[in-house]
Design a protein around this ligand. Structure first.
Ligand code: SF4
Length: 268
């Protein structure tokens, strides 16, 4: 009995797992981002209007916290920010953008020199390779400029739908919605835009947010999710939109119960 178990253990450790087929990999990646939509009631149009009016009042000119000086630098900063904090990206790009501000100069660095600038950022090896390949394509096909079409952006190495949405919105003012972990959580939790995956939440947000707020909505939501509606212990007690939020547990986290209105009535 003991022998059988030992043999199995060694086998499990030394056997190389068979490479996943593309379809299997996609399914695993999809599962990783899929979560159950919350049971929060969907916010009404009137609630959404107030929600964004307040966020706009709080931050009239919201901006990304990534430092950049051109669409090219924004693209590189966003590409580097995958699974990294904006602060860590800014620390690395501070010197990088001074020495290599555009596609031509960054391509001239080559992969190894680029790694030296970004080695404090997670996944820097693959990111360095993607950045140099991206620079090469930008130089070859777009004269070093950033294309403004989603398909062209998403065809660049290391650039997915979220990165393309950020660039289209922040650099070119297009009404796109990049859903990151903060926006996914906030949309589901508040009832603003519920969905089982990021694409569903993105589509709901684009459908439900009034046109007057759509360009800046991405930044308002990220900043609200990052600093107030945080994953653990959301600051509902100091939240400026707690009266229009539909998350049932907000009262447990300090949200004020409206006068003459019981929790049950408010949530019904
Ligand atoms: S009340 Fe709480 S759950 Fe609702 S938006 Fe504010 S911080 Fe988030």
């Amino acid at each position: 009995m003991e022998k059988t178990i030992k043999t199995k253990t060694v086998k499990a450790k030394t056997e190389k797992a068979p490479a996943k087929k593309p379809a299997q990999r996609k399914s695993i990646e999809k599962k990783a981002v899929e979560k159950k939509p919350s049971n929060s009631k969907t916010m009404t149009k009137a609630q959404i209007q107030i929600f964004f009016e307040r966020l706009r009042e709080q931050r009239p000119n919201p901006e990304t916290e990534l430092n950049y000086g051109s669409p090219f630098q924004l693209l590189i900063a966003v590409l580097l920010s995958a699974q990294a904090t904006d602060v860590s990206v800014n620390k690395a790009t501070d010197q990088l953008f001074q020495d290599a501000p555009d596609a031509h100069s960054m391509y001239a660095l080559g992969v190894e020199k680029l790694k030296n600038y970004i080695k404090t950022i997670g996944l820097f090896n693959s990111k360095a390779e993607n950045v140099i390949k991206t620079c090469h394509i930008l130089i070859e096909h777009y004269g070093g400029e950033i294309p403004q079409q989603r398909e062209q952006l998403e065809a660049l190495p290391g650039v997915g739908r979220k990165t393309a949405n950020v660039v289209l919105n922040t650099a070119f003012g297009q009404p796109t919605m990049a859903v990151d972990t903060h926006i996914f959580r906030l949309g589901n939790r508040t009832g603003l835009a519920k969905g089982k995956d990021v694409l569903e939440v993105e589509q709901q947000l684009l459908k439900r947010i009034p046109t007057e707020f759509i360009i800046d909505a991405h930044h308002w939501l990220i900043l609200h999710g990052r600093y107030c509606c945080i994953a653990r212990k959301p600051k509902c007690g100091e939240c400026i939109v707690s009266d229009v939020c539909n998350w049932k547990e907000r009262f447990d986290y300090g949200a004020e119960i409206p006068e003459l209105q019981s929790t049950a009535e408010f949530d019904s």
